[in-house]
Design a protein around this ligand. Structure first.
Ligand SMILES: *Cc1c(COP(=O)(O)O)cnc(C)c1O
Length: 382
């Protein structure tokens, strides 16, 4: 049979408790309740960290953007797809993160592929990636022509060794996530920035989970150091969709001229770009959203039974390491019966024997939700 690996591979996933399937979310209301197959759950798996999705002012801005610019950009940015809404959003982001230039992409995945492929022009480029970097960074790096080395997670010493052993290359890039998606830990941004400088390397941070949440105005990793290149998706804390990349004028010009992901792809919806401006305005001024995440996260870690292995972090993401994938699935199923939606994260998303519950605590949760969550987890795991 043609392509008979398809059935074989899927069956193998099932046998390993790694099978994935889509669930349709039929939620219509605002907040952190989700409705799946007609049943309502408290959602602790969302990346809407600041609770901005469905915000009335952002929705209103979306409507205004649609009225002014249309929903669709109708072509690539380089043809006629680049609208005033895009330009204005880029300018807002530059000001927010204090960067010279910003470029919009249709997704964070595409932005990562674009960046690594552009900088990995040939073997003279050397990339140093944290081992726990997102799949899109890894794909981008390995699909480029650069030499790729991976350093142990958040291990500055290992990175230093790799850098000092390397043959001298004029084009070095150190890359990491700003806050890691699967354990919520923050990268050692200041050390990475210093190491980049002393090695004449550039620092690239993927701030998918930092933007909005980290920093006094939600500016992410750039709150701690001047990061050469930053990428962030707009589909998580920002509550819209698409992604941006900030960089120097030269790199901006280079990407516009050479990045296939940018050139051969339709520009993001100008209505969404317009809505995103409103979202960023709210992120900068509504400090209570970040304070709420911290307050509820502290409460959560205090309420968990002491034998539960919680990775403690300053972000919205809190991982409870279970280990075995069957057990992680069983705990997740038990919680579902109690009205809590908490996805079990299994290999290959995380390393073997590190299956976990990835709890996200958002600004639209409340104390009662957290108390209930902790009670149910304590019972399900103990
Ligand atoms: C979600 C995510 C992405 C992808 O962003 P999208 O806009 O969803 O494509 C990239 N990197 C990291 C670390 C992510 O968590």
């Amino acid at each position: 049979m043609n392509f008979d690996f398809i059935q074989h591979d899927v069956n193998e996933q099932k046998a390993k408790s790694r099978y994935r399937q889509l669930v349709c979310n039929s939620t219509t209301s605002q907040g952190n309740e989700i409705v799946i197959n007609g049943k309502s759950y408290l959602n602790f798996s969302s990346n809407d960290y600041l609770g901005l999705n469905n915000h009335v002012e952002i929705n209103k801005a979306l409507q205004e953007g649609a009225d002014r610019f249309g929903v669709c950009s109708s072509s690539s940015s380089l043809v006629t797809g680049y609208h005033y809404a895009h330009q204005a959003l880029e300018a807002d982001i530059c000001q927010w993160l204090n960067k010279p230039k910003c470029l919009l992409f249709s997704s964070g995945f595409a932005a990562n592929l674009a960046l690594f492929q552009a900088l990995g022009k040939n073997q003279e480029s050397h990339f140093y990636l944290d081992k726990l970097s997102n799949a899109s960074m890894i794909d981008g790096a390995y699909h480029s022509k650069a030499k790729v080395k991976r350093f142990n997670h958040n291990n500055i010493k290992h990175l230093t060794t790799l850098l000092s052993n390397a043959v001298d290359s004029p084009n070095k890039l150190i890359a990491s996530e700003g806050v890691f998606s699967m354990d919520g830990c923050r990268a050692k941004v200041l050390e990475l920035a210093q190491l980049s400088k002393s090695n004449q390397a550039w620092l690239y941070l993927d701030d998918a989970h930092s933007i909005g949440v980290i920093g006094d105005e939600g500016q992410g990793s750039n709150h701690f150091a001047d990061v050469d290149i930053t990428m962030a998706t707009m589909g998580k804390a920002i509550g819209t969709s698409g992604a941006f990349l900030t960089c120097t004028e030269d790199l901006h010009e280079y990407l516009i001229n050479f990045s296939r992901h940018y050139i051969y792809s339709t520009a993001i919806s100008p209505a969404i770009a317009w809505a995103t401006r409103k979202s960023i305005e709210l992120i900068q001024k509504e400090h209570w959203r970040r304070e709420k995440i911290t307050e509820l996260s502290t409460l959560f870690s205090q309420l968990l039974a002491p034998e539960i292995e919680l990775v403690s972090t300053e972000s919205s993401i809190h991982a409870i390491i279970i280990g075995d994938e069957k057990k992680a699935l069983a705990v997740s199923d038990t919680l579902k019966k109690q009205g809590i939606w908490l996805t079990a994260i299994r290999p290959p998303t995380v390393a073997i024997n590190s299956s976990r519950l990835r709890v996200t605590i958002c600004a639209n949760h409340n104390t009662k939700d957290i108390i209930y969550l902790a009670e149910c987890i304590n019972k399900a795991i103990a």
